[in-house]
Design a binder for this molecule. Structure first.
Ligand code: CUA
Length: 333
């Protein structure tokens, strides 16, 4: 064995280089910092598996060091045979069996659909999420790229896709489930902490697969009810002259053929519903903030920000018109 390979200096450097990677272990999109009942179970399984893996690695490396450095001479063939039989035949199935049983014991609760309580429908589009909530009055309200959940309640998700396979994954809250065309898959989650988390697509679905993130806001139940009520209300009228001209331009340029703004004549269903787009935490599925400048950028050149997007560029419109539309949309809180 190459002695420099084990030299303390080289290991120090490796540890130093690996240290920044630990930053990935926390944050709003970490399975190792669970904020939901299901994510806690998955994290527990991960730590048990890691513990076993480190233990086995330690034993194997210990044996290697023993025969290489401590007693580098020939060993009794009987001991060696038992070692191979024990370590190679008996121990692996035993360890894997225990882990399998543990993993399987978690499955029923992780895959059980929540029949009672809030049911949210999410459709994976190219490349954003269409989110539908039932309202207390018996209707449905459609949002995009933002999922809000009441803390401490088990919520059911019905997941679909019209064309390609996506995956619905909120690492901080639970496991991932594919969104498959022609099928409805189910997932249930129970958040335990108030906060803002991040969801992602975990199934390669095309050019902008990495650009369809969404925010997950876990709220106190009262705040959640107020939020849903507000989302179910029609859009507020334009505030000020620029926004008023923006609304006019939005409707005159045919934006309403793809987008709906409840309370106006815009009732398109192809693109995201924009009724309360200004209240969202991100624009274009986690790629931009929801200020007027970002709306301007998005309307002018959506393909630069999200390659392959279905929305056409509107850079042929005069700049003041784009500015007024952007102002109007950013006000739709
Ligand atoms: Cu949607 Cu990857």
């Amino acid at each position: 064995m190459d002695a420099t390979y084990l030299s303390p200096r080289s290991w120090g450097w490796r540890a130093l280089i690996a240290l920044p990677l630990l930053g990935g272990c926390s944050g709003p999109q970490s399975t190792l910092q669970p904020a939901g009942v299901d994510a806690e179970q998955i994290a527990r399984l991960f730590w048990w598996m890691s513990g076993f893996a480190i233990l086995i690695w330690g034993v194997v490396i210990g044996c290697a060091v023993f025969v290489t450095y401590i007693k580098p001479r020939s060993h009794d063939s009987r001991v060696a045979r038992w070692l191979i039989l024990g370590g190679g035949v008996v121990v692996p199935p035993l360890v894997l069996g225990v882990l399998l049983a543990f993993g399987l014991s978690l499955l029923p609760s992780l895959s059980a659909p929540a029949e009672d309580g809030l049911q949210i429908s999410v459709s994976g589009e190219r490349w954003w999420r269409r989110v539908r909530y039932p309202t207390p009055s018996g209707g449905t309200v459609e949002l995009a790229n933002e999922v809000r959940l009441p803390v401490g309640e088990r919520v059911g998700f019905r997941l679909t896709s019209p064309d390609v396979i996506h995956s619905f994954w909120i690492p901080s809250l639970g496991g991932k489930v594919d969104m498959i065309p022609g099928r409805t898959t189910r997932l249930s989650l129970e958040p335990t902490e108030v906060g803002v988390f991040r969801g992602a697509c975990a199934e390669f679905c095309g050019t902008s697969h990495a650009l369809m993130n969404f925010r997950v806001v876990v709220m106190e139940p009262d705040a959640f009810d107020t939020w849903l009520e507000q989302q179910a209300s029609p859009a507020r009228p334009p505030q000020g002259e620029v926004a008023r001209r923006g609304q006019e331009a939005f409707l005159a340029n045919g934006c309403g053929a793809c987008h709906a703004i409840r309370g106006t004549s815009a009732d398109g269903v192809l693109g995201p519903d924009l009724t309360h787009v200004g209240s969202r935490l991100s624009l274009a599925a986690g790629t931009l903030p929801t200020d007027a400048e970002s709306f301007e950028r998005w309307i002018s050149h959506p393909d630069d920000i999200k390659p392959g997007v279905n929305m056409p560029a509107f850079d042929m419109l005069p700049a003041p018109q784009i500015h007024s539309i952007a102002t109007y949309l950013s006000q739709l809180e």
